[in-house]
Design a protein around this ligand. Structure first.
Ligand SMILES: Nc1ncnc2c1ncn2[C@@H]1O[C@H](COP(=O)(O)OP(=O)(O)OP(=O)(O)O)[C@@H](O)[C@H]1O
Ligand SMILES: [Mg+2]
Length: 312
């Protein structure tokens, strides 16, 4: 398995649960889309996968392994993995860029670290990739600093850095948010080409279910730090079963959902199904929702019958 997450629980220092218990597996070359509204725990999950949780967040249970290596404990083998076989495009490009390094120096960072490649050789090797990402590669452009780039260019620089050591799994946290439509399409085409040519797998985080459908085989829907539904993309789009999935789909298709309410703060989450207070088909039994464990594959948490007006 490329990724194996078992019973992962993330909490704040005050004991409030932010994510989990969560199980997740990813096979080689698999393309998994992670969707969920803002605050559902997508970025925290990614930070846990790379072993870089923010100071206020603790892993209190579970295991996270990538290519068989524990990612939740420091080790030389973990260092060799991160940025090489396992690459990450963070949600904020600013998190990955150093204001004091030029573009060329950024591009040479990971190849220097993981392959002992000389900076000039690395930049020369990466020229075709820059062209695919519609980034210039002339010396004047490569001598710029991050603040001299547009937001979309910074995001593309992060994508080029993530791909610079030919990873096997690319974790993308909303990678196309700052890109215009043409560049977004180019990037998706490039990712799909690398998938076909070299078996690159993705964990692709997005709010946009229709975009996920273009680039992923399987979807996992998070709500309130919990997995509520998972399955093949076509199945989830054709017949979403959990109301959270149906809502995301309606939003992606710009259909009115007629629904109000918002994701409660982690300390205010209800017992049982986290979507319960907003759900038009909530029943008393939804309060007895045991954590979804032991089935890292596909499945659905919601057992309520589909009500009229929810989903297509
Ligand atoms: N450093 C932190 N300390 C305490 N709580 C945090 C911290 N980082 C995130 N959280 C909380 O954890 C929850 C999940 O946050 P996360 O950033 O993973 O959401 P997300 O799904 O990535 O949202 P978005 O789509 O807006 O990026 C939120 O309630 C958030 O407030
Ligand atoms: Mg996020």
């Amino acid at each position: 398995m490329v990724l194996a997450v078992e019973g992962l629980v993330l909490q704040r220092r005050d004991g409030v649960r932010l994510l989990g218990p969560l199980d997740l597996t990813l096979a080689p070359s698999e393309r998994l889309g992670l969707v969920g509204e803002s605050g559902s725990g997508k970025s925290l999950l990614v930070q846990a996968l790379f072993g870089v949780l923010p100071p206020g967040v603790l892993q209190t249970a579970g295991r996270v392994r990538a290519f068989g290596i524990a990612m939740d404990q420091p080790s030389p083998s973990r260092d060799r993995l991160r940025g090489a076989r396992l690459a990450w495009v963070p949600q904020q490009p600013g998190q990955a860029l150093n204001p004091l390094l030029t573009l060329a120096e950024h591009l040479a960072l990971l190849p220097g670290l993981h392959r002992q490649e000389a900076p000039q050789a690395a930049v020369a090797r990466l020229r075709p990739l820059l062209a695919r990402l519609r980034l210039p590669s002339d010396p004047a452009f490569l001598a710029r600093f991050p603040h001299q780039l547009s937001g979309g260019q910074r995001q593309r620089l992060c994508l080029a850095m993530a791909l610079s050591c030919d990873p096997e799994l690319l974790v993308l946290d909303e990678p196309t948010a700052a890109l215009d439509a043409t560049v977004r399409q180019d990037f998706m085409d490039l990712a799909l080409e690398l998938h076909r040519e070299r078996g690159l797998g993705f964990l692709w985080i997005t709010h946009d279910l229709t975009m996920a459908a273009d680039v992923c085989d399987r979807l996992l829907v998070l709500y309130g730090g919990e997995r509520v539904e998972a399955g093949p993309v076509a199945r989830l789009l054709d017949s979403p079963r959990h109301p959270t999935t149906a809502r995301l789909l309606a939003a992606a298709r710009r259909e009115p959902s007629g629904e109000t309410g918002f994701l409660p703060a982690p300390q205010d989450r209800p017992p049982g199904c986290p979507f319960g207070p907003r759900c038009p088909r909530a029943q008393a039994s939804c309060l007895d929702w045991a954590p979804w464990r032991g089935t890292p594959g596909d499945g659905l948490r919601c057992q309520q019958p589909l009500a009229a007006g929810i989903g297509p």
